[in-house]
Design a protein around this ligand. Structure first.
Ligand code: SF4
Length: 172
């Protein structure tokens, strides 16, 4: 059977490969078009994402959406997901074991969507670096929006990083 985003979402919803499913209300597989050229990868779903099953819809997500709009990107044209697809309790950082257990879903998404550009948001997202699923793609690292929201210097850095991102997107 051919793989699809729907199949991946279904597999995530039923997944028990790491303990995170036990504490979560919903799987948050990610959302966006199956032919998106730009793929944003964050750390993990938060409380709001867990309630709704949608990625990056809380404050950090709104912050990210604003940065995207400032450089002319429409969120609905991009695919957005995270390294783990279930909410880690108390919003903690996912462990290496949890990220590794969840990575096959991320790799399936990358292979299916085949984006030109993968934007890694924060340190957890960088764990995908070196994976063959990134071969032939532009990989761009930025700080996580939740850090940029808290510290002025980080906010300025993120704006600078997004200006660099804009230059890359303009070359598409
Ligand atoms: S976080 Fe990923 S590996 Fe863990 S239960 Fe959820 S879908 Fe499965």
């Amino acid at each position: 059977m051919n793989d699809s985003l729907e199949l991946i979402s279904n597999d995530v919803e039923n997944c028990k490969k790491c303990p995170l499913f036990k504490y979560a209300c919903h799987g948050v597989p990610g959302e966006g078009p199956s032919n998106a050229k730009i793929f944003f990868l964050g750390q993990a779903p938060g409380v709001n994402e867990d309630k709704t099953g949608r990625p990056f819809i809380g404050r950090a997500g709104q912050y990210l959406t604003k940065r995207m709009e400032e450089i002319g990107l429409r969120r609905e044209d991009c695919f957005i997901t995270s390294t783990v697809k279930h909410f880690p309790p108390a919003n903690r950082t996912p462990t290496h074991e949890e990220i590794a257990a969840c990575q096959p879903y991320l790799i399936r998404q990358l292979k299916l969507i085949n984006p030109k550009l993968v934007v890694l948001l924060g340190k957890s997202a960088q764990t995908i670096k070196g994976n063959p699923a990134l071969d032939g793609r532009i990989v761009f690292e930025v700080i996580h929006p939740s850090a940029a929201m808290r510290f002025t210097k980080m906010a300025e850095r993120m704006k600078r990083e997004f200006q660099e991102l804009k230059k890359i997107v303009e070359r598409f």
